[in-house]
Design a protein around this ligand. Structure first.
Ligand SMILES: [Zn+2]
Length: 260
């Protein structure tokens, strides 16, 4: 072999025989296998008597980390159902939703003046179907305003809300939880199984940990940043008032017909 041939040969053997690594997707969560959170799901899925129904704003699916799917996969089939729309019910929704909206066993999680703490609901009269509105707070208010069927439901709120574990996404206010965390907390109360909260949010922790390990910035909530003068935008009077009015939006106490 000449020197040139020898060099060419050396170049050839330097090329790996394996094909380039494909980003295989997990069948279940549809995420690339390296970031799949399925191993963090409860196995087998949790059996619960209550049912969670998520009324999801169409924009939420794109925006969120799809935590509704974590809940669906963490519970036995049929225990978490998602309906999409800006108004409930609409013509595209199945008759099943209408039945849910008319059932006396259905509760709506919504922090209105009339809502009662979930902890005070008579559990012996269950099981209940709990409706959650999935979207930003303005989206949730808009859905509520344009869905008269929701106004007739018994309304409940969560009293004991902790600061969100959902640290990747900036929270609008302390005490605002992701839909998954909210649902897990509600189920823990309704099923009288405190451990459910941790069990069901584990996939979210796995996802957050992966993202933090890979350079995502841990966000402080806007409320925290504003209180500590670290939020870059000057804030308006109304927002400032809102922040001073403690335990406002998600903790409960917001007036039902508030037009803010
Ligand atoms: Zn997966």
């Amino acid at each position: 072999m000449t020197n040139i041939e020898d060099e060419a040969w050396q170049d050839l053997v330097g090329i790996g025989a394996d094909p380039p690594i494909r980003r295989d997707k997990c069948e279940q969560c549809k995420r690339p296998v390296v970031v799949c959170w399925c191993p963090a799901l409860p196995s087998p899925p949790e059996a619960v008597a209550s049912q969670i129904v998520i009324l999801q704003h169409p924009a939420e699916e794109k925006r969120s980390l799809r935590t509704a799917l974590m809940l669906q996969l963490g519970l036995e089939p049929g225990k978490c159902v998602v309906y999409k729309g800006k108004r409930f019910p609409n013509l595209k929704h199945p008759a099943e939703l209408q039945r849910i909206l008319e059932s006396p066993q259905t509760l709506l999680l919504y922090p209105s003046r009339d809502s009662v703490p979930l902890e005070e609901v008579d559990r012996s009269a269950g099981p209940y179907t709990l409706l959650l509105i999935d979207g930003t707070w303005p989206q949730a208010k808009a859905i509520y305003a344009s869905s008269p069927a929701l106004h007739r439901l018994r309304q409940v709120k969560l009293i004991a809300v902790g600061i969100s574990d959902y640290i990747i996404r900036t929270q609008p206010t302390e005490g605002c939880l992701s839909t998954l965390e909210t649902a897990a907390q509600c189920l823990a109360v309704l099923e009288s199984r405190p451990e459910l909260r941790q069990t069901l949010v584990r996939p979210l922790h796995t996802l957050c940990k992966y993202q933090l390990d890979n350079g995502a910035v841990e966000h402080q909530s806007k409320e925290f940043l504003l209180k500590n003068n670290q939020y870059p935008k000057p804030i308006g009077k109304r927002l400032s008032r809102l922040l001073n009015y403690s335990n406002t939006v998600c903790g409960g106490g917001l007036e039902k017909d508030s037009n803010t």
